[in-house]
Ligand binder design. Structure first.
Ligand SMILES: Cc1cc2nc3c(=O)[nH]c(=O)nc-3n(C[C@H](O)[C@H](O)[C@H](O)COP(=O)(O)O)c2cc1C
Length: 190
């Protein structure tokens, strides 16, 4: 069974994306084939990168880095549920990625982006792709973008618009396929 971590990449206490991430995790569980662990970046509460060594060294001075490393190590694959701020990915999310290196390598990743506007955060997801390949992740061919997030979250949580579950199913299939395939030989470039 593929250990899939569904990472909510938002850090604001009032994040609209948190209910979306919960819905995504439920969908992944319902699909089967995944052992799903929800991870909330706000709860991880990493500081700005404060490690003396480059992450590629794997030498970590701080307990918060060792804990984050263990959590990422424990996943076979990821779904990143990420907001868009000012046309791009958020600083805390990039910071969390930069904390580690080896831990990301070879891992399949699917992206669910969201935003207040009409793009659904697709530009932020596009911006993230070179970062993910740089740390050796294997991005899914398909992704999901959720526009107008503010209007989709109510007292009952996230209310999925028609067709979204099907779109997400495509991403989950891609991630499962990548997880089943042998990862390419690791090319560690520092
Ligand atoms: C700093 C900031 C910048 C934002 N920039 C954009 C933007 O460029 N385009 C857009 O459609 N929405 C933008 N929004 C709206 C967010 O995408 C929306 O509020 C979303 O809920 C943010 O995710 P979060 O609630 O998980 O923090 C911005 C929100 C914030 C807080």
């Amino acid at each position: 069974m593929t250990r899939l971590h569904v990472l909510s990449a938002a850090t604001r206490p009032t994040s609209s994306g948190r209910p979306l991430a919960q819905w995504v995790a439920e969908q992944a569980r319902a699909r089967g084939g995944f052992e799903v662990t929800p991870v909330d970046l706000a709860e991880i509460a990493l500081p700005f990168l404060d490690e003396p060594e480059n992450a590629a060294s794997g030498v970590y001075a701080h307990q918060h880095t060792r804990e984050w490393s263990a959590l990422v190590d424990a996943a076979d694959a990821f779904l990143f549920v990420m907001p868009m701020y000012n046309g791009g990915f958020t600083a805390p999310f990039k910071n969390a990625i930069d904390f580690l290196y080896r831990e990301w390598q070879g891992k399949p990743v699917g992206i669910v982006s969201y935003s207040g506007g009409v793009t659904g955060g697709a530009p932020a997801a596009e911006m993230l792709l070179p970062v993910l390949t740089r740390v050796g992740m294997r991005p899914a061919g398909r992704s999901v973008a959720v526009p107008g997030i503010g209007g989709l979250v109510g007292p009952e949580g996230f209310e999925a618009p028609a067709g979204l579950a099907q779109e997400l199913a495509g991403v989950l299939d891609d991630v499962a396929e990548l997880a089943a395939a042998e990862p390419a030989a690791e090319a560690v470039t520092v």
